[in-house]
Design a binder for this molecule. Sequence first.
Ligand code: CU
Length: 369
Amino acid sequence: MPTKARAAILYAFHEPFRIEEIELADPKEGEVLVEMHSCGICHSDISMIDGSVPEGGLPIVLGHEGAGVVRALGPGVKSLQIGDHVLPMPMAECGQCESCRSRKSNFCDNGMQSLFGNVAMDGTIRATVGGRPLHQMCGVGAFSTHTVVHEAKVAKIDSGAPMEGACLVSCAVSTGVGAVIYDAKVPPGATVAVFGLGAIGLNIVQGARLAGAKTIIGLDRIADREGPGRALGLTHFVQVGPGVDAVEEIRKISPGGVEFAFDAVGGSAVARQALSSTRIGCGLAVLIGVPDGADLNVSYYDIIMGRRLMGSMLGGVHPLADAPRLVELERAGKLNFDTLITHRLPFERINEGIELLRAGKAIRTVLSF
Ligand code: CU
């Protein structure tokens, strides 16, 4: 029996979602049905609405930062049981492929099609609306009362963890904290700059504090980001804007530049600034923001002088193994999710949540189902 669900559907780029009834196929081999409890709204959802991420495929159910409960199991599911509290994650951890076995990267070979094609792990579609096939963002489509996801993308978390905060681990917390501890491997005493203090940037800040960085410089256009930034570990705040040279400001605070710079804004201009703000000989710039379509065009000298550049997706987090640990770090008081949640809305008001994020008013709006 297919499951009926209510989902926020994007029929055309730049348009508001329409909330409609959809049909979800029964979970296939290795898949589970998840009832959503909470879901955050992320900038990459807006990138999809604006059509700036090429692999769209409309209509689509967006959302990739959810938490919920397993309600049904397909055949052969090994890692989950009905009633488990879970995070359906954008990336997979199949445990079998070269990336998963070697643990050299979190780009599970078997999860790439689902991540970028917005389909199930086997490349097919699980949802329909009025008989019409529906894509689901990253194979999750979390803006829906229910979804069907492969167990390789479903992290089991402790049932005592409040799901309103835990949902943020599905994207923002993993991406930010993970970039610091798993990808950049920031050591104690390091100097760090963070470009952009949205949900990702603020998680980089708290990741850097967790890692024991001694200087954490945050840069944002919005003055109001200083407060949450400092609450999560910023030691310095720079309000950027016309006439402010971000690289100069960083060098004033940390002479010679920082050891680690994180670009949580995106676009080639900020990426170049991040690289230039790092120290000669040992600096590392980590690119996390959404590309703007332009080539990077970094200075040859910046690289020759020993500065390095890396990209990070979902913070290098192996979803099944690492995401539950991040949830536990918050419960142990080492991470903070509450400061990130500026707004709460019922799922039906999702379009208001999108506008709050666009306007820079919200860090995270969490939808409840
Ligand atoms: Cu996201």
